[in-house]
Design a binder for this molecule. Sequence first.
Ligand code: SF4
Ligand code: SF4
Length: 401
Amino acid sequence: MQFRTDTKSGNQLSVLGFGCMRFPRNRLGAIDMQKTEWLIMEAINAGVNYFDTAYIYGGSEDALGTILEKNKARDKVYIATKLPLVFLKGPADFEKYFTRELERLRTDHIDYYLMHMLTDMDMWEKLKSWGIEEWIARKKESGQIRQIGFSFHGSQDEFLRLLEVYPWEFVQIQYNYTGENFQAGKVGFEKAAALGIPVIIMEPLLGGRLASPPPSAAAIFKKADSNRTPADWALRWVWDHPAVTLLLSGMNDPKQLEENIAIANTADPETLTSDAREVYRQVLEVFNSSYKVRCTGCNYCMPCPRNVNIPGCFAAYNTSFALGWMQGMQQYATSATLTSAQSGSAGNCVKCGKCEQHCPQHLPIIKSLEQVQGRMEPLPVRWGIGLVRAVLGRKKAKGRD
Ligand code: SF4
Ligand code: SF4
């Protein structure tokens, strides 16, 4: 296993982290503890020392804690888990959820603690008004939290702002060779690195989609090197960035684990050749040819007075053609509609035209958003969005009271 230094703490972290959201499950939907224990212990034996879970990953914290305790392995690993912002109703909930997480994980401290899906400044201001900074300071002083950070799924602008408002000790963002302009993106990644903030990468395989890309893209990879898999290409692209501290992979079968460990053992930074870059370029062309809106994600059209996340809507719409509707919907739900009461879906557009004059690609944004709404917001989804907005709106109103 190769290790990289967390420059804030000095910890040596395995370049391959274990994402614990997708533990194997049995037919009834419960975590298969036998298979999960095997995967976790094999990973630890191979040198993996970073495990990322969350309160909202059903049963994951409990399973991880149980397995580490049973195998006396707690001290061999760093545990990352997250404060479930979506469930918070007031300041007392910081302690309530944190205590529950310590119990589930059978530990007295969390090595890497994240604000889960901290998406915009409004959310941060609300947390601040509830005393989150003082609470974090107390937890760090007591040693119950070692490193503090946030995971992010919002727009690039909000990410850049959030980086500056608190002395974060790490951040967790989505990044892969198809997503340099998605969410925090390359600009956000490089800004975090420039600020000296360790960057942890999630979704390096886009939930497994980049391990099984469109057939014509897979053929390009195969022609370039028949011994390497699409997953190998995708993971090495991430590890090639020296500022990446580690990447998370949700490994739920022995073959994936074995392959990822083998790649991690040999993936050095700054080793991609110009030939390899040409291969990624060709593969991206295939992805882009499936894309319907040629949005570059430059953000020049933002902000929208109706809070429509314009590049986020187009990115998710394009993904729904390149990688499938479900994958597109997942992006749409996190970046465009459901992450906060402020986030806006395509249906929020009132056709004021303010955005179009700023688009350097001269895109017909209004017309394209109508197409996005048609594809990404069928009636049941519109009802769901309305429901989530009503709940978030009520929570926000309560927060002001
Ligand atoms: S036209 Fe629609 S997307 Fe563009 S700024 Fe106006 S409301 Fe926002
Ligand atoms: S200005 Fe145009 S290209 Fe840039 S993000 Fe907006 S829609 Fe996309």
